[in-house]
Write a protein that binds this ligand. Structure first.
Ligand code: HEC
Ligand code: HEC
Ligand code: HEC
Ligand code: HEC
Ligand code: HEC
Ligand code: HEC
Ligand code: HEC
Length: 365
């Protein structure tokens, strides 16, 4: 009889986990892994009817965040890196031909090769290459290359999170190994459709980048009905739901240890939703979401980010409930209230915990 307990306990645990998960975030984005290809519309079709949303969309970081390593911009950088690689690491060489890009590292008397097949990051901040390898179940693990390119310095340096010293594992001289579930998570946040074929990720059919249907769900029925069938998925979202959907990739407060949620902590500055929901602006205005300040259909570079219009939407002296800056400033709001913070050596993020500046703290500059 004792043997019957574990499955029951497991089932109860599983149900509890599912229920808790739902309570935390009731209407998440649809998962990108559907094998049912017929649900997904051709992504070019949206442009036929939605000019405003598609006109500049391909320039967004979202659209460009994952590319094949052989795409022109990735290839150009890898060719640049090939010239300087041996200065950075004597044991490293890069071979590029029509078919493949192979990095090699000499370890003792043997050579370790890794074929790079994907390039993560639009280049707004950085680009990181990865190679995928079959594991013993035929799924694919991922090696994240040790070297990344950084926009801020226009140079190559160690990938964020990787050790400055080479490790000793088989591929450690080339990068860090992520097992299949972790590798899947990388692709899930950086792509739109991640199909499964007999339980395995089908990389041939992957739709890279965070594009329309990653945020709006599969839309074949919508396209076939010429827009008759609508989801209204975002219009129906509550304030917190809306922020948490962006937070599925940009992270949410519940993912962090409570003691880490302190003003100016660079480890949370990278996760914009975490800071934003601590702000008095969020707590006191039921309409504030990420799209109050960001148009997800246009690149950040096209949105005037001097930071006045974002703020005076609400901090308008004409409205009686909150005033413009009590320190008397009429400009450069972000400099003091949403400063840039150096999160990694070569990457800055904007602190979304909007608050009174504390000039005694080092994080305000
Ligand atoms: C044949 C025309 C047509 C095509 C193609 C089309 N739509 Fe639409 N869509 C409409 C119409 C009409 C509406 C309702 C009016 C509006 O909001 O513009 C609409 C509304 C929407 C809305 C807001 C309402 C809702 O359902 O959430 C979204 C989001 C949307 N479309 C996404 C897409 C995406 C993504 C694609 C491409 C996969 C697409 N549409 C392709 C016609 C089209
Ligand atoms: C499926 C994952 C995912 C979702 C959902 C998502 N993002 Fe992103 N977002 C990313 C990734 C990945 C990047 C990095 C793009 C790059 O490589 O530069 C990014 C970048 C951005 C940027 C910088 C854009 C630029 O052009 O440089 C903004 C702003 C942003 N996201 C806002 C949002 C908002 C607002 C939402 C919700 C409406 C949202 N994101 C939902 C994954 C996501
Ligand atoms: C939970 C979702 C999520 C996962 C998992 C994820 N990323 Fe990202 N990634 C993002 C978001 C959001 C951004 C944009 C802002 C940021 O850097 O946090 C981003 C940005 C990046 C960038 C651009 C540099 C930058 O900081 O803007 C690179 C390169 C990148 N990710 C690579 C990876 C790789 C490789 C993996 C797996 C090892 C991975 N990501 C896993 C969500 C994710
Ligand atoms: C990062 C997530 C994200 C991506 C990617 C995205 N959208 Fe949206 N979209 C939103 C959100 C959030 C709203 C709701 C905006 C609001 O409430 O102001 C929205 C609203 C819309 C609407 C309703 C009209 C409007 O502008 O408010 C349409 C139509 C639409 N999107 C189409 C598209 C199409 C077409 C694409 C691809 C070219 C696309 N979206 C890509 C998040 C996204
Ligand atoms: C009050 C306005 C405001 C709100 C609300 C807001 N942002 Fe931002 N965000 C900004 C500004 C301003 C920048 C800096 C723009 C620039 O550098 O051009 C920025 C930059 C970003 C970036 C680029 C990386 C960085 O940190 O500099 C991402 C990603 C981003 N926001 C995501 C989000 C997400 C996700 C939400 C919702 C949780 C959100 N933002 C809500 C104003 C806002
Ligand atoms: C959607 C509306 C909205 C937007 C957009 C907004 N705020 Fe607020 N903000 C508020 C509300 C509401 C409060 C609370 C004020 C009150 O209690 O009277 C607040 C409070 C503040 C405070 C006081 C913080 C404290 O610790 O007491 C500062 C500083 C502030 N906002 C700056 C900004 C700046 C700078 C921007 C632009 C980057 C901005 N806000 C954007 C609504 C908003
Ligand atoms: C040079 C730094 C600086 C700039 C630039 C700046 N602020 Fe402030 N702001 C402050 C300081 C300091 C305080 C706190 C003053 C005090 O103690 O009353 C403050 C207070 C505020 C408050 C709180 C008001 C209250 O009493 O609740 C708001 C809202 C605010 N600022 C909005 C803005 C907006 C909007 C802009 C851009 C138009 C802006 N600030 C530009 C430094 C700045």
């Amino acid at each position: 009889m004792g043997q019957r307990w574990p499955p029951v306990v497991l089932a109860v645990l599983l149900i509890t986990i599912i229920l808790l998960g739902r309570a935390k975030h009731p209407h998440p984005l649809p998962e990108p892994q559907l094998g049912r290809a017929r649900l997904w519309a051709d992504s070019d079709s949206c442009a036929d009817c939605h000019f405003e949303q598609t006109e500049f969309f391909l320039q967004t970081g979202h659209a460009r965040t994952l590319q094949s390593a052989s795409d022109p911009e990735s290839l150009r950088l890898l060719k640049e890196f090939r010239q300087v690689a041996s200065e950075k690491d004597e044991a490293l060489t890069i071979d590029i031909d029509q078919q493949e890009i192979v990095v090699s590292s000499t370890v003792g008397s043997s050579i370790r090769d890794l074929e790079l097949d994907w390039c993560f990051g639009s280049g707004t901040h950085a680009r990181t290459w990865v190679g995928t390898l079959p594991d013993s179940w035929g799924e694919r693990d991922l090696i994240e290359f040790r070297w990344s390119w950084y926009h801020e310095t226009d140079d190559f340096d160690i990938t964020p999170g990787q050790s400055l010293q080479k490790g000793t594992g088989y591929f450690a001289a080339l990068g860090t190994l992520f097992d299949t579930p972790k590798a899947r998570r990388c692709f899930s946040c950086h792509s739109t459709v991640l199909p499964q074929n007999e339980g395995r990720t089908d990389f041939q059919e992957l739709h890279s980048g965070v594009t329309c249907q990653r945020c709006h769900g599969p839309r074949q029925a919508h396209v076939e009905s010429e827009g008759e069938i609508q989801e209204g998925f975002w219009a129906a979202a509550s304030q917190l739901e809306s922020i948490q959907r962006c937070g599925e990739c940009h992270r949410i407060a519940e993912d962090q240890k409570p003691e880490e949620i302190t003003p100016g902590n660079p480890d949370i500055v990278r996760f914009q939703p975490v800071g934003l929901v601590q702000s008095p602006c969020f707590k006191n205005s039921p309409q504030l979401t990420c799209v109050t300040c960001h148009n997800p259909h246009q690149p950040l570079s096209m949105q005037n980010s001097s930071g006045i219009w974002q703020c005076v939407q609400c901090h308008d002296p004409q409205q009686d409930h909150h005033v413009l800056c009590s320190a008397g400033h009429r400009d450069n709001c972000l400099e003091c209230h949403m400063p840039k913070v150096q999160v990694f050596e070569n990457i800055q993020f904007t602190d979304h915990w909007i608050r009174m500046p504390d000039f005694s703290s080092e994080t305000v500059n």
